[in-house]
Design a protein around this ligand. Structure first.
Ligand code: FEO
Length: 406
């Protein structure tokens, strides 16, 4: 077929692998995770004897992916599609794509076949790949390894032997829209923050699975030349591949550091003032502090800050006999992500009901945060004595944290 000019173009990754994904510059919220820098949905075309598409993109971005594919081949020439993960940012356009390209086979893990059928009710038989199974592309082979719970029960990764590409789906990814494809073309501090943010908001609850997967990956001793996740930049240098693996080792461990995160919300400023003094006490004990007012701070930033912290201190006023709603929101979100190895404390102001303190206590204890000081509770507006108790709360937590981090 004679190729026609396309508004979106494929980008070469290795000799026979091309990026044909979509850049979502506008994405600001990924199911509750604030994504100020947008994201990418990475899909890859392997120009093997059997032309193979690795993953797809969000449904609305099908035209962009199709144009990138059409800049190389007629999409009808696709022989195989391999779906590594059924979540709809990677599978959303699969039904339309199957109708259009009519591939010979669509592969997924055993759980992936079930999940894709439950999402799309395709009526087209999908081919299950066993853990460790190989897909013969003619002149090269794709070996598939299940990575259950990284990120979903269906998830798998695959390694393309001849090109040395590890297709990693959500693992090693980040939400970062860029015009450059590779990590070595990005500022390191942005990669660092966005990698941590993605891990904290998406991968953290599954850290035990990640630890096993990392050990398994190392044991295979694959000659990896490129790690190609489904979000954000690709890692193509030995330095970047080593860097991202080291970062994952560190994030899995969640070793406490001398850093505390103080989160609060306030109606008339009393709890806010208390938060500032708690922070002062922590600082005086030798701890670095991040204070986040939930009157505007994103819950996804709170869990990111907590990823490399050792203490969580929470403050709320009571409103209508309840914890302040923004605090219930953030603590519900954080609890679901299962941060580990934290100590902490509680503070806040109230008018006549102290129910917020019970709610804060229940959240922290159910998160296994070790409470190392008595809560500071102030009726209406803190006095200087009350503020000194807040200082002591911060100092006690800070001293305990420093002792842990020795
Ligand atoms: Fe990028 Fe779990 O989807």
């Amino acid at each position: 077929m004679k190729l026609t000019p396309q508004p979106f173009l494929a980008q070469q990754v290795t000799d026979k692998v091309y990026w044909v994904g979509a850049v979502d510059w506008s994405l600001q919220d990924f199911h509750g995770y604030r994504t100020e820098r947008g994201s990418t949905y990475n899909a890859f075309l392997i120009l093997a004897d059997k032309i193979t598409l690795v993953d797809t993109v969000k449904k609305a971005m099908l035209p962009e992916m199709l144009a990138r594919i059409a800049s190389l081949i007629d999409p009808a020439e696709i022989d195989y599609i391999v779906s590594h993960h059924a979540e709809m940012d990677h599978s959303g356009c699969l039904p339309e794509l199957i109708d259009l390209a009519k591939p010979e086979k669509v592969f997924a893990s055993t759980n992936g076949v079930k999940a894709l059928e439950q999402h799309f009710h395709l009526g087209t038989p999908l081919t299950a790949v066993e853990n460790g199974g190989k897909i013969d592309l003619g002149n090269m082979t794709l070996t598939c390894v299940e990575t259950r719970m990284i990120h979903w029960p269906d998830s798998m990764i695959s390694f393309l032997d001849k090109e040395g590409v590890l297709f990693a789906q959500d693992a090693f990814g980040m939400h970062l829209a860029t015009s450059e494809l590779f990590a070595d073309q990005q500022p390191r501090h942005i990669l660092q923050w966005e990698l941590e943010k993605y891990y904290a908001n998406i991968v953290l609850p599954y850290s035990t699975f990640v630890a096993k997967a990392l050990a398994g990956l190392r044991a295979l001793q694959l000659p990896i030349k490129v790690i190609a996740p489904d979000h954000g930049p690709l890692y193509r240098t030995a330095e970047d591949i080593g860097w991202v693996l080291e970062q994952y080792d560190r994030m899995v461990a969640q070793t406490p550091t001398k850093k505390a995160v103080v989160i609060f919300d306030s109606m008339w400023g009393s709890t806010e003032l208390m938060a500032r003094v708690v922070a002062e006490g922590l600082k005086h004990a030798g701890v670095s502090v991040k204070v986040l007012s939930m009157h505007g701070a994103a819950r996804s930033d709170v869990i990111t800050e907590l990823l490399n912290a050792g203490a969580l201190v929470v403050g709320s006023c009571t409103m209508n006999n309840e914890i302040f709603p923004t605090m219930a929101d953030v603590l519900t979100y954080v609890r679901g992500l299962k941060p580990a190895n934290l100590i902490g404390g509680i503070f806040g102001s109230f008018g006549w009901s102290q129910n917020a303190f019970k709610a804060l206590h229940d959240y922290l204890t159910s998160m296994k945060v070790e409470l190392v000081a008595e809560p500071v509770k102030v009726q209406f507006v803190p006095t200087k004595d009350d503020l000194m108790k807040c200082f002591a709360l911060g100092e006690t937590i800070g001293t305990a944290l420093c002792a842990r981090c020795k």
